[in-house]
Design a protein around this ligand. Structure first.
Ligand SMILES: [Zn+2]
Length: 246
């Protein structure tokens, strides 16, 4: 889940006229070169058959520089956690405010996230707060829903997953993306119900979906919301490659 797709080389192409390097992924199944831009992150990837020499890759990217530049410009900008930024918390807009003298690290009140301490620690404090809130709420919901099935999750963890909102392992471990705390409550409820239902049904059969519907009133609403707004949740806070700076 967190590992890059197999065959991704650490090699990246710096191409004149482009701000960001292009990652190269070698694929035995690729018949030709193809360029992709991830609409969530603005990352560009070149998929190439194994034998194509690096020089050809560079030439290919150069030739498609205009197309690439256009695509990269169309990716909505990131919204870092900063003083004055507005981010959703359970779907409700909250303004981040730097309050240096405040006692608690982060206080959520009246549509604000008030953050104390040094300004260069602000982004990290907001991220820590959101992750802790996500862990607390998702874990309580998951235990509650699992209990309705007479089950107990083996472990519940919150991570910065890119490709999925949640997952359930064969041994009953549940993982969730901390970014779910940004989504409206019915969406959170649906994702938890989905993964908890996998504790009983490790498939997406009609029986599985009936079970999800028993565990949440928001199945259709949650699925529809994630389809149309899910990707936008990746705009907030630290992006790929930002690591834990700040
Ligand atoms: Zn599933």
């Amino acid at each position: 889940m967190m590992t890059p797709p197999s065959g991704t080389e650490r090699l990246s192409l710096a191409v004149a006229g482009l701000d960001a390097p292009v990652a190269v992924r070698r694929s035995a199944r690729a018949r030709r070169l193809s360029l992709r831009v991830d609409p969530r992150t603005g990352g560009a990837t070149l998929v190439a058959p194994p034998q194509v020499p690096a020089e050809d890759l560079r030439r290919f990217v150069s030739r498609h520089r205009d197309w690439l530049t256009e695509r990269l410009a169309a990716v909505p900008g990131r919204l870092p956690f900063a003083d004055g930024a507005v981010i959703p918390f359970l779907g409700e807009p909250h303004c981040i405010r730097h309050v240096p003298q405040q006692e608690r690290p982060v206080l959520r009140q009246d549509g604000e996230l008030r953050v104390s301490g040094r300004s260069d620690h602000l982004a990290r404090r907001v991220a820590d707060f959101l992750k802790a809130e996500a862990a607390r709420r998702l874990s309580a919901l998951a235990h509650d829903k699992a209990a309705r099935l007479g089950l107990r999750p083996a472990r519940i963890a919150v991570r910065d997953t890119r490709s999925r909102w949640g997952s359930c392992s064969g041994t009953g471990r549940l993982n969730f993306s901390w970014r779910l705390i940004l989504a409206p409550e019915p969406v959170v409820d649906y994702v938890v119900a989905h993964e908890v239902a996998h504790l009983k049904e490790m498939n997406h059969s009609p029986r599985f979906w009936r079970l999800v519907a028993q565990l949440t009133p928001a199945m259709e609403e949650g699925r529809a919301w994630l389809r149309s707004h899910g990707a936008a949740l990746h705009r907030y806070g630290p992006g790929r490659g930002d690591g834990h700076a700040g």
